[in-house]
Design a binder for this molecule. Structure first.
Ligand SMILES: Nc1ncnc2c1ncn2[C@@H]1O[C@H](COP(=O)(O)OP(=O)(O)OP(=O)(O)O)[C@@H](O)[C@H]1O
Ligand code: SF4
Ligand SMILES: [Mg+2]
Length: 325
């Protein structure tokens, strides 16, 4: 099996606020191999975006990080601002939720594509234009020569997300972070963009971390899944294993919240209760106040990760007899 391209070890990202220290990412470990699509799932506010922004160090300077983020074997937490900027422009890229605001309204799409190339590759202006056209063609934008002259407002939301995907993948990154890339788009366009991601993975071998509320998308597209709750990964495993035999009561609750056939696709439906305040997590299992199977030990002691089969772990005391990893 290929070596991981990304290995995150005990990553914490704590954010000072007026209310106190928000433990948005709190001891997260996982790895991603080249060409793998890893889904990140969990309710709103559980730290998914903070995890992505931590990986590329795009949080305010006040953010406190600890742990290691090994990308191609090098710790990103030890990199300078300049080094991170270079990595972000080329080797680890992002596609975010809102294509409406992610493009600069005052420059044409062509200028924005050429700008990326200017920073990252040694090319003549003519070469940059040819390459920009090629980048648009790769994401199936019709008449790319004409589209280069468009301003963002002349494009639909789906078209803009294609342009952003072209920008994020045109330099063949090793890792693409996609944080709810299709939430703002209608269903048909969503499908096209997600199809594009799968194609990019197949063609370029790019690893993708895909944050999404849509468990149907996870099941179709992701090789593995990280289930996040209150800043921590509480279950991981291969996608089918997670869907067929969820091991953590929170994962079960999430899967039970999937809208049934015929119901309108929505964000995750509410699970009774709320996620805990990340400025003051209880000492025990953070899901305990909502968990139908909570026991005495759950109130006092945070569960370690218990092995639940090859590549599978769950942080839940129900699996204590199996032994911690
Ligand atoms: N810059 C920041 N400063 C302080 N707190 C922050 C900051 N960014 C995020 N948070 C807090 O960190 C926690 C995790 O937020 P995050 O945006 O990572 O969640 P999320 O899982 O991406 O949620 P959603 O599904 O709504 O996008 C929340 O409590 C949020 O209020
Ligand atoms: S550790 Fe206890 S409270 Fe937490 S999910 Fe498992 S059974 Fe529920
Ligand atoms: Mg988010």
């Amino acid at each position: 099996m290929a070596e991981p391209i990304l290995e995150v070890q005990s990553l914490c990202t704590h954010l000072p606020t007026k209310r106190g220290l928000v433990r948005a990412v709190d001891g997260v470990s996982f790895s991603v191999r080249p060409g793998e699509i890893v889904g990140v799932v969990g309710e709103s506010g559980c730290g998914k975006s903070t995890l992505c922004f931590s990986l590329v160090r795009l949080l305010p300077d006040t953010a406190q990080h600890s742990g290691r983020i090994l990308f191609r074997g090098e710790d990103l937490l030890a990199k300078s601002r300049e080094e991170m900027r270079a990595i972000r422009g080329k080797d680890i890229t992002m596609v975010l939720q809102n294509p409406m605001t992610a493009l600069d309204p005052v420059y044409t799409v062509g200028n924005q594509l050429r700008e990326i190339l200017r920073f990252n590759a040694d090319m003549t202006p003519g070469e940059r234009t040819r390459r920009a056209i090629e980048m648009l063609r790769q994401v199936h934008i019709p008449s790319p020569e004409e589209r280069l002259e468009n301003y963002p407002h002349q494009m639909s939301g789906g078209m803009k997300q294609r342009v952003l995907t072209a920008m994020a993948t045109g330099l063949k990154p090793g890792l693409l972070l996609a944080d709810e890339p299709t939430t703002a788009l209608d269903v048909t366009i969503q499908e096209q963009i997600l199809g594009l991601f799968a194609e990019i993975r197949d063609r370029l071998g790019t690893a993708i971390i895909l944050v999404t509320h849509d468990l149907g998308v996870v099941r179709r597209l992701c090789d593995r899944v990280l289930i996040m709750y209150a800043g921590r990964i509480i279950e991981t495993g291969e996608t089918e294993a997670i869907f067929q035999e969820p091991q953590h009561p929170y994962t079960r609750a999430l899967l039970a919240s999937i809208p049934k056939m015929g119901e309108e696709r929505t964000r995750l439906q509410a699970i009774a209760g709320q996620i805990p305040d990340l400025t003051g997590l209880p000492p025990g299992c953070s899901f305990e106040p909502r968990c139908p199977r909570a026991m005495e030990i759950c109130r006092t002691t945070y569960p370690p990760a218990f092995a639940r089969g090859p590549g599978r772990e769950a942080r839940c005391w129900l699996h204590e007899e199996a032994g911690a990893t």
